[in-house]
Design a protein around this ligand. Structure first.
Ligand code: FES
Length: 274
């Protein structure tokens, strides 16, 4: 056992395993836990997971090398991921990534000499509505520019407290990995969550009274879902016609005339589940 993988780590691995019907289901959080204690997934960490779960090292390694959130080399205090996927790229993601490489003196998947920043270009962060997006330890920094991204990494290297655009204060890579492993800290409700651009579709659906069909609606009538399918088709025709009639309107008209109007997230999330 390494100095970092302690009896306490093994106890937490067993705690994770106990949360699932099948022990192997705990592998993903276990790998995050390893990253929180070792900074990345080491060969010894893979052997440990394999031994605890009754798998081969090759099986664990196959998982650890498949998902890009698992790192096989040491990560700095802050992992900075610049989205260079299509939308972010055309909105400036490529320029941001190149500027940060020059500014930090590192290439892709490399760490600064002081061990503070690991830079990597990443694929879509599912935050395209705020492109170009940069992530620090998986927290969102929206609508970035080369200048704001440089300021961001400078603040991190200076040890300043940095607040995500939508989310919590940025913690260290290892602290973030512990949360992903399933051991939450006190920051889950910090900062703003979804913003107006993300909720525009929900707002539109609510204004039009659009709802997803109940999953068991057809079963209740005993018609094998035929009535539901007919109803859904009619609804689709209606909504399609309404949408097409809106094509001549501006995006601002479609979402209610005020694209940057604050949206009551609590109200929407509560009503949307009904
Ligand atoms: S393309 Fe960058 S978040 Fe989707």
């Amino acid at each position: 056992m390494s100095a970092q993988i302690t009896e306490g780590t093994l106890a937490e691995m067993r705690e994770l395993i106990a949360r699932y019907p099948e022990p192997q289901s705990a592998l993903l959080p276990m790998l995050h836990l390893l990253q929180s204690v070792e900074g990345y997934v080491t060969a010894e960490g893979i052997e440990t997971c394999a031994a605890v779960l009754g798998l081969t090292a090759a099986e664990v390694s196959a998982v650890a090398t498949f998902y890009t959130m698992y790192k096989r080399r040491p990560v700095g205090t802050y992992y900075v991921g610049v989205c260079t996927n299509t939308l972010c790229a055309v909105m400036g993601g490529d320029v941001i990534f190149d500027r940060l490489k020059d500014h930090l003196g590192v290439g892709n998947d490399e760490t600064t000499d002081d061990g503070v920043i690991t830079l990597e270009h990443v694929e879509c962060n599912a935050a395209c509505d705020y492109a170009p997006v940069v992530m620090v330890n998986w927290e969102f920094f929206d609508n970035q520019t080369p200048e704001s991204a440089v300021q961001l990494v400078d603040d991190l290297r200076a040890g300043q407290t940095v607040q995500a655009t939508r989310g919590a204060r940025v913690c260290t890579w290892r602290e973030a990995e512990r949360v992903l492993a399933g051991f939450p800290d006190d920051r889950a409700d910090e900062g703003p969550a979804a913003g107006p651009a993300t909720l525009a579709g929900l707002k539109l659906a609510r204004e039009r009274g659009w709802k997803a069909p109940a999953p068991d609606a057809g079963r209740a009538t005993g018609d094998g879902g035929a009535a539901t399918k007919v109803g859904a088709a009619e609804q689709a025709d209606t909504t399609r016609a309404e949408s097409e009639s809106k094509l001549d309107e501006s995006p601002a008209d479609v979402v209610g005339g005020k694209t940057d109007e604050p949206i009551d997230v609590d109200k929407h999330s509560g009503e949307g589940s009904s």
